[in-house]
Design a protein around this ligand. Structure first.
Ligand code: TYD
Length: 138
């Protein structure tokens, strides 16, 4: 299982009132790392599969702040799990060294991603076989 048992859904504090909703995500408090990077994905067609990589050093939290999508996580040893992102106050925590696919994007999906590291393409593993080999080395 390696790091896959660390994958978990997170519930963020809400401070909405009659003026509307407000959801709070503080680094090192509501999520288990300091936020160094944020990006968001929208306008992906329903049949698109994104991600398809593992990260050697970066941890992520994914939140569908609008719309819905799914995340499939694989541990490289044959185990996989599927999570639905369908509420703006819940997210999924992804540790390092898990393979992830994001798919089934609704038309209105806006997927916010918070990351523990700045972008470094060399810490991405984009070849599944390479990922399995690095998992085996552990
Ligand atoms: P990619 O990793 O393929 O996105 P996803 O994980 O959603 O499938 O990234 C798409 C492009 O954007 C790729 O050329 C790398 C670039 N990129 C950055 O420059 N910085 C970033 O923080 C991210 C996530 C991607």
């Amino acid at each position: 299982m390696h790091n896959m048992n660390q994958v978990k859904m997170l519930d963020f504090p809400q401070r909405g009132d009659e003026r509307g909703h407000l959801v709070i995500i503080e680094g090192n408090q509501d999520i288990p790392f300091e936020i160094k990077r944020a990006f968001y994905i929208f306008g992906s067609d329903h049949d698109v599969v994104r991600g398809q990589h593992a990260n050697r050093r970066t941890q992520f939290v994914l939140i569908n702040v609008a719309g819905t999508s799914k995340v499939k996580v694989k541990d490289g040893e044959g185990n996989e799990a599927i999570f639905c992102l369908n509420r703006p106050h819940t997210g999924i925590y992804l540790p390092t060294m898990v393979w992830k696919d994001m798919y089934d994007f609704s038309e209105d999906s806006v997927l916010l991603v918070l990351a523990s590291e700045h972008y470094d393409p060399t810490e991405y593993i984009r070849d599944y076989q390479q990922f399995v080999e690095e998992i085996d080395e552990d």
